[in-house]
Design a protein around this ligand. Structure first.
Ligand SMILES: [Zn+2]
Length: 454
């Protein structure tokens, strides 16, 4: 089998892997490149294979860096099945049309303000393309086997977010396992990723390949910044991924309130997508650690701001309060308005609780930049900026090694992807040092041979 790395090689976004075997072409993940402009431009590059020649797409999970280029693939002619879990399908039903809508809004903004070299600027894809893509979804249960030519496909629970899976492809006695994003064993909401047992070749993520989530009490860090900000009379602004992070934050805030560890501030969830996702988590209660009651508390701790008017009303708030809004890396969405309003106010705080990809406003704020450009204006940063990476939904290096340790025997090879260069290389060295296994970090466009047939 030929495996070509078409994304998430040397970077954390744009996950896309092409598998070719026995006349069959399978694309595992179809993600958007995000972050630096040179990465985002890659979204416009044609794939080395015609979309009409791909037989199946498999999605590990719904985050846009794994699913967000699917509407483009469909726009360019892909008509095959999109195989994924039920949870991922529901979440994609929110994320993909929203992404299409944002692409259209960006193109419209560029045309109105003539900020693009292209006249007219076109969206990468539209909301309608996204709806067309959703019609191709063929959801599977976790662990339900499916035959694709000579291959057996199974989606294995990977923790991380609702519906997230690792993709197992078996032919005869040989197995290729592609990790997708791996959750942490100690996640507040998600169950741990299932043990691997057997794999001859592995493709593994390395978002935190060079880092260790500190053992500190992340709830205490969050509680501290909320208390400090409330005492100053400021607003706590939390940019959060609408899918996964926002729900974990709501649940954590409910726990802190229950334990009287933070004052009973009003909490606002200003993201229609996060609100809808919260409902999906409630409906899939068997897939995470929260009971139906805990889900209800999670949902009720915040007031939901669905309409643009409700969002604008937050500008009139009397301090202090907590606002959770998307996007998580402050690359777009309603959070930009809240940052615009509060970054200049030293009483306020901005709390990042997830990975911030290089080149995003989130990464710049966490790095301590004193001025950030939003809507074409330079906004001075006086607010306290706090990063709690320990709240991430990704396993850290030690947790990945621990997950690999569930293999019954050494794999022939491990390909390390979905990490910035230093993180991927650090994980490679650690795997070789601690497990003595062969591992390498592929470059974008690399094509390798995976031994699959018996
Ligand atoms: Zn993810």
């Amino acid at each position: 089998m030929k495996l070509t790395f078409l994304g998430a090689a040397g970077t954390v976004t744009g996950s896309k892997y092409l598998l070719e075997t026995g006349g069959l072409r399978i694309l595992v993940d179809c993600g958007l490149f995000q972050g630096y402009k040179n990465l985002r431009l890659l979204n416009w590059q044609p794939l080395p294979v015609r979309p009409t020649e791909i037989d199946a797409v498999v999605l590990t999970h719904a985050h846009l860096d794994h699913s967000g280029a699917l509407p483009l693939l469909v726009r360019e002619g892909y008509r095959g099945p999109v195989l994924t879990t039920h949870g991922t399908r529901e979440l994609c039903g929110l994320l993909l049309p929203d992404s299409g809508h944002l692409q259209e809004a960006d193109a419209e903004f560029a045309n109105r303000h003539k900020t693009s070299r292209h006249q007219p600027a076109l969206p990468l894809y539209t909301e309608e393309d996204a709806h067309r893509a959703l019609k191709l979804f063929k959801p599977l249960d976790f662990d339900e086997p499916l035959t694709l030519g000579a291959l057996q496909l199974r989606l294995r629970p990977a923790g991380h977010i609702l519906g997230a899976s690792s993709v197992e492809l078996r032919q005869g006695e040989r197995t290729l396992l592609m990790s997708g994003d791996i959750g942490r064993p100690d996640d507040l909401m998600m169950k741990p990723p299932v043990p691997i047992a057997h794999a001859d070749t592995l493709v593994i993520e390395s978002t935190y390949g060079d880092r260790q989530h500190d053992d500190g009490d992340h709830a205490a860090e969050l509680a501290d910044v909320i208390r400090r900000t409330a005492a100053r009379g400021g607003m706590v602004i939390i940019p959060a991924f609408a899918v996964g992070r926002a729900q974990a934050l709501l649940y954590q805030i409910w726990l802190l309130k229950q334990a009287n560890r933070i004052p009973d501030l009003p909490v606002f969830l200003d993201s229609p997508m996060a609100i809808d996702t919260t409902g999906i988590y409630q409906r899939h209660a068997n897939e995470h650690r929260l009971s139906v009651d805990e889900c209800r508390h999670m949902a009720q701790v915040a007031r939901f701001c669905r309409t643009p008017d409700q969002s604008r009303e937050l500008n009139q708030l009397t301090y202090p309060a907590i606002i959770i809004s998307a996007s998580g890396m402050a690359t777009g969405g309603r959070i930009l308005h809240h940052l615009m309003n509060h970054l200049g106010d030293r009483r306020c705080s901005v709390v990042f609780a997830g990975f911030q990809a290089g080149g995003t406003r989130g990464a710049r704020l966490v790095a301590g930049e004193r001025s950030i450009r939003i809507f074409g204006q330079d906004v001075v940063v006086n607010a306290e900026v706090v990063s709690i990476p320990g709240m991430s939904a990704h396993a850290d290096a030690a947790q990945i090694i621990q997950w690999l340790g569930t293999l019954s025997h050494a794999p022939q090879h491990i390909y390390i992807t979905h990490g910035e260069h230093d993180a991927a290389d650090a994980l490679r060295r650690r795997i070789q040092r601690e497990l003595g296994w062969r591992a390498s970090v592929p470059m974008m466009g690399d094509c390798v041979d995976v031994p699959l047939a018996v």
